[in-house]
Design a protein around this ligand. Structure first.
Ligand code: TYD
Length: 428
């Protein structure tokens, strides 16, 4: 049973942390005007009230100057700034759990309605909401109580408003509904508490316990990145880590060979340049040994605790490099990597697909090659062919992405595929 079957949320400081975009766009406008940028404490006060008002109050502008500064702010906010936002942790699984238990969910925000809808859509939160209200293009500002009334359904259901400012709490009181003060947001806690909210929560974990006492535990997931040497995995792993974190996920980034102290020691041996005499069997056993430790120490505990593990290379690399490219028997390679095929199998594998010769040119331009990267063109041609074969054999798990595109486009394509897969698997 839910304590409230109508839940209305504020957006900034409650569902999302929009601080970064707001700071950067304010800085951009002030830089263009040749004015000094105030310190963090003052910038923090820009969160919430209408922008022009803040430019006048904190930067000593006239009304006309503040209106021009607002136009400059928008010059950056419209193409970039609105995406520089982070969904607070646990918000997506909370909305999903409330929705699946029959709650009516809405947003009432002081941010313009169309921008709010764009943000909620971009971060994949819109599907959980029944209504969104914010000031329309004709309104400069709208009273919080009036906004709440726009989304409040008819009838006698138990309703609550969740927000981080005193305005949210007063708005709820105007409408005769309960309120939750989100103390993790931007509002001054003393001011929010002085407005007498029905409840107050310190973090989103406490919000979940209050609104959805039997919320299911957050699901973890194991994602690997694969591709030939030089395909850009490390760049993409970093970009995907950032994007997943922005979307509210708790992410653990790791790599193979390595990822934990024992496996990092093995990495030094297996990739050492001078070790030219290492036989393929030793190489395969060392990769498998490092993997067994990594799986036990890092990957499995993180997935079980509800994190997304993003791992740069995994067992497919052994099948490709030691199996198909070095010519070892793949059944034996699978056998020595048994744990990786049982409890440690990846949920999805982003395959950064690229021609091996172009990828190697890119790799050599970046830094000195390691022992395996020095193996020669025909070896790398075999790794490319081997990945193509794995793609055919694992159509459900492999998510191929064209890695020859500019890096930002690769990230866009990879993230779109990955996010769809996470949602499909109930990883929220
Ligand atoms: P690394 O410097 O991590 O390269 P990359 O950024 O291309 O992943 O080196 C890893 C090298 O080890 C790479 O050439 C692939 C190889 N490798 C194997 O041969 N077998 C394996 O099981 C793994 C994990 C990596």
């Amino acid at each position: 049973m839910l304590p409230y079957d109508v839940v209305i949320f504020d957006l900034d400081g409650t569902l999302t942390d929009s601080q970064l975009g707001i700071y950067r766009c304010t800085e951009y406008a002030l830089n263009k005007l040749g004015l000094p940028v105030p310190g963090q404490e003052t910038l923090r006060r820009f969160m919430g009230p209408p922008l022009a008002e803040s430019f006048m109050r904190y930067c000593g502008m006239t009304e006309a100057q503040a209106s021009y500064a607002t136009d400059l702010y928008r010059e950056r906010y419209i193409p970039i700034g609105w995406k520089e936002n982070n969904v607070f942790p646990l918000i997506r699984p909370l909305l999903a759990a409330l929705k699946s238990q029959g709650a009516y969910l809405a947003v009432a925000t002081g941010k313009p309605q169309h921008t709010s809808i764009d943000i909620l859509r971009y971060f994949g939160l819109l599907p959980y909401l029944d209504a969104v209200a914010g000031p329309t293009d004709q309104e400069l500002h709208a009273d919080k109580g009036a906004l709440i009334r726009r989304v409040l359904p008819e009838g006698t259901r138990q309703a609550v408003m969740v927000g981080d400012t005193a305005g949210d709490i007063k708005g709820a009181q105007d409408c005769g509904i309960d309120s939750v003060a989100a103390l993790y947001g931007y509002g001054e806690n003393s001011e929010v508490l002085a407005a007498h909210p029905t409840h107050a929560v310190e973090d989103t974990q406490a919000l979940c316990s209050l609104l959805c006492p039997d919320m299911p535990p957050v699901k973890g997931c194991f994602i690997t990145l694969e591709g030939v040497d030089g395909c850009g995995k490390s760049t993409q792993a970093a970009a995907l880590y950032d994007r997943l974190t922005q979307f509210g996920y708790s992410v653990r980034r790791t790599r193979e060979p390595g990822g934990c102290p024992i496996a990092e020691d093995i990495r030094k041996i297996v990739l050492a340049k001078e070790d030219g005499g290492m036989c393929p069997e030793t190489e395969a056993l060392l990769f498998a040994a490092a993997r067994a430790q990594h799986l036990k120490d890092v990957i499995l505990p993180a997935v079980r605790s509800g994190q997304i593990v993003l791992c740069d290379r995994f067992v497919d690399s052994s099948l490709v490099y030691q199996g198909m490219a070095r010519g070892l028997d793949d059944q034996w390679v699978k056998e020595i990597n048994r744990a990786a095929y049982r409890e440690g199998a990846p949920d999805a594998t982003l395959y950064l697909r690229m021609n091996h010769a172009d990828a190697m040119k890119r790799r050599l331009a970046a830094s000195d090659p390691d022992r395996i990267e020095q193996a020669g063109d025909s070896f790398h041609a075999r790794t490319e062919a081997a990945y193509e074969q794995l793609l055919l054999e694992n159509p459900g798990r492999f998510l191929p992405v064209n890695a020859a595109q500019p890096p930002q486009q690769v990230t866009e394509e990879a993230f779109t595929l990955l996010f769809a897969r996470l949602i499909e698997r109930g990883v929220l």
